[in-house]
Design a protein around this ligand. Structure first.
Ligand SMILES: [Zn+2]
Length: 281
């Protein structure tokens, strides 16, 4: 429908003799702008649900039902207090009722989900695949934030990623079933073995995360994801040691590094593998 319109408008432009934009074309720009703003708003709203999930899941609170409340004063939040991004900015990051500071992370998560939704919509040709990738982005974001907060990856989140991995059989990325099945074990089994011999190196949550990621990405993809995760983990580890925030014995959350690796591999895994293999040709 929109493609047909574009053809008509290009034809219009040619008859408009140098005029920059015909009436129909400027209407099309308005329509597209509305669509983009709407998609960003939907993404940001889902981002605010991610915030709720990240707060409530580790505290064993119901994250589907139950009204929103201020973590500091427990005051029930009204609809105007929870408009994604806008409420935080208008209230300057403070609770309307008790003036407690609200972490800028809420704002960043909402904006990141809005931006991710919009970018995936624009750059991924298939709308259903864009929705799948966005859902995967949100699950990985929630896993990262919860792991950073609590050093735990919850089974429920890994199961959610597994369900999306099954959906990806039909929606892509195109990975053969044999590659997916090898992927289940390609990283998770070695991680599991390491976790037996070096206690605290990796948690079971990391292992199950790589099971789901292996089915999603296939074995080449999950290896790529893992190497990206290792590099990020190494950089982060050096940073932490340099800042001396933690002693050498403490372990830090590896989940966010793995999650970034998984998403980068999902978007660009094939290109990264081709680039890597080009050194050996
Ligand atoms: Zn409050």
């Amino acid at each position: 429908m929109i493609e047909n319109n574009i053809v008509v408008h290009i034809a219009n432009l040619e008859t408009h003799q140098g005029q920059l934009m015909c009436y129909n074309c400027s209407m099309l720009t308005v329509v597209y702008t509305i669509i983009y703003v709407l998609i960003f708003a939907i993404g940001a709203t889902i981002g605010s649900f991610v915030n709720v999930l990240v707060y409530r899941l580790p505290r064993d609170l119901d994250f589907v039902r139950g009204f929103s409340f201020c973590p500091a004063c427990k005051h029930r939040l009204m609809p105007l207090d929870i408009v994604p991004i806008i409420s935080w900015l208008l209230l300057r990051g403070r609770c309307r009722y008790c003036e407690a500071r609200i972490s800028p992370r809420y704002l960043v998560v909402e904006a990141a989900c809005g931006a991710a939704g919009l970018l995936l919509y624009v750059f991924i040709p298939s709308p259903t695949q864009a929705v799948l990738f966005f859902a995967i982005f949100c699950v990985l974001l929630a896993i990262s934030l919860i792991d950073a907060d609590t050093q735990t990856i919850f089974d429920g989140m890994n199961i959610a990623l597994g369900v999306l991995a099954v959906a990806s059989i039909w929606l892509g990325p195109e990975v053969t079933m044999s590659s997916r099945l090898i992927g289940l074990a390609a990283v998770s089994v070695p991680l599991f073995v390491i976790s037996i011999f070096i206690s605290g190196a990796f948690g079971l949550g990391d292992v199950f995360l790589m099971v789901a990621a292996g089915f999603l990405l296939g074995w080449q993809g999950v290896l790529t994801a893992f190497f990206i995760g290792l590099i990020l983990g190494g950089i982060y580890g050096v940073y932490v040691l340099a800042r001396r925030k933690k002693g050498r014995k403490d372990h830090f959350a590896f989940g966010p590094c793995l999650a970034i690796g998984i998403f980068v591999s999902l978007l660009a895994g094939e290109r990264i593998i081709d680039w890597y293999l080009s050194f050996f040709r």
